[in-house]
Design a protein around this ligand. Structure first.
Ligand code: AMP
Ligand code: MG
Length: 335
């Protein structure tokens, strides 16, 4: 299949919408990461998304909408708190899990009776949805690889497997949306993102952070978010997440051989190994912005192991930590 390159202009947006309405699959920019979109109403199109990505059949997709009125077509028994959260966090990097309506095919939700819904803030994404239909869209990467924050990464993974890619800039946020479920009581944070746990508590004072956010789900344990049980975002090179202060980290990595470091910007000059910097520790949003692109580049360093300096777990740092611990297959070194 020839994958069309579309621009994020009026013509490109119209073309993308047309392909999607006809049952095709198109990678689109969003503020979090690029998404691989299909009509959320078209079972056959949704199946193509799973197969292009090689996504496990039991990992559900997020439905993207452009206006709040679409919400009750997709979800039912919507609690008042969902509208309150929508008012506060939409459009933006925030996904809610609610009860699914019959209008949404079961395959979107991997057979669950729930559905994940989000309204992106990216203008191009919203225009495409407005001109077509609500879009079921997971990240536009090959399953297991780091999520794509640039169109080029989508092309690297999916060229020839999808109908088109809408080429826009680098995704502003850089990590996928915050996911919460409102189907449980109390509500649960399943995946941290740029809408932080601290912000969520202002709307949901009793929200609990699911155990799978920071640890590997145990065998047989109930998994609320199927996506969290997979090894994810991983470079091919063996990766370790290292906790400690700057001095400890620098000393630790400098004692290693055939290794590389993923470090904070102000550590660059002190590290004698090959290294990639991913932002400043005090501004976790910079780390979120670069984390996936650094993980994609890590294999090019040609070393045996990669040591990543762990961010703090507060604010957006929790989202970055959550992605890195999976990239590292839960190998954490505490200095
Ligand atoms: P992605 O779009 O690739 O970031 O993946 C979507 C994430 O949302 C995965 O971690 C899914 O497990 C999660 N998700 C989507 N729908 C549901 C649902 N109905 N229940 C629980 N988790 C969901
Ligand atoms: Mg994904």
């Amino acid at each position: 299949m020839l994958t069309k390159r579309l621009k994020a202009d009026k013509e490109g947006i119209e073309q993308a919408a047309k392909i999607l309405k006809k049952g095709g699959i198109v990678a689109i920019p969003t503020e979090t990461v690029y998404g691989l979109a299909a009509s959320a109403y078209d079972e056959n199109a949704v199946k193509k998304v799973f197969s292009a990505k090689g996504r496990p059949q039991d990992n559900p997709l997020i439905v993207h909408i452009a206006d709040i009125d679409s919400l009750n077509t997709i979800a039912k028994d919507i609690p008042d708190s969902a509208y309150k959260a929508a008012k506060r966090f939409w459009p933006g990097p925030f996904t809610m899990i609610l009860k699914r309506t019959e209008k949404i095919p079961a395959s979107v939700s991997a057979g669950l009776d729930t559905v994940a819904v989000r309204m992106p803030s990216d203008e191009t994404a919203r225009e495409i949805i407005k001109l077509s239909v609500p879009l079921a869209a997971p990240s536009a990467n090959t399953s297991g690889k780091p999520s794509p924050t640039k169109a080029q990464y989508v092309i690297d993974d999916l060229d020839g497997k999808i109908d088109a890619v809408v080429i826009s800039g680098v995704c502003e946020v850089g990590v996928e949306s915050t996911v919460i479920t409102l189907v449980t009581n109390p509500p649960r944070l399943l995946r941290p993102g740029a809408v932080t746990a601290e912000e969520l508590r202002e709307v949901f004072p009793d929200i609990v952070v699911d155990g799978a956010v920071l640890a590997e789900p145990k065998k047989g344990e109930k998994v609320f978010s199927p996506g969290m049980k997979y090894k994810h975002y991983a470079p091919k090179t063996e990766t370790y997440l290292v906790e400690g202060n700057s001095e400890q980290f620098v000393q630790f990595v400098n004692s290693k051989e055939n290794a590389a470091a993923v470090c904070f910007d102000d550590e660059e000059g002190k590290i004698t190994l090959p290294k990639l910097c991913y932002g400043t520790a005090v501004d976790e949003a910079t780390l979120a912005h670069s984390v996936f692109s650094v993980l994609r580049k890590a294999d090019d360093l040609g070393v045996e192991s990669i040591f990543v300096h762990a961010p703090s777990k507060s604010g957006v740092g929790l989202a970055v930590y959550n992605r890195l611990i999976r990239a590292a297959a839960f190998r954490v070194i505490k200095l």
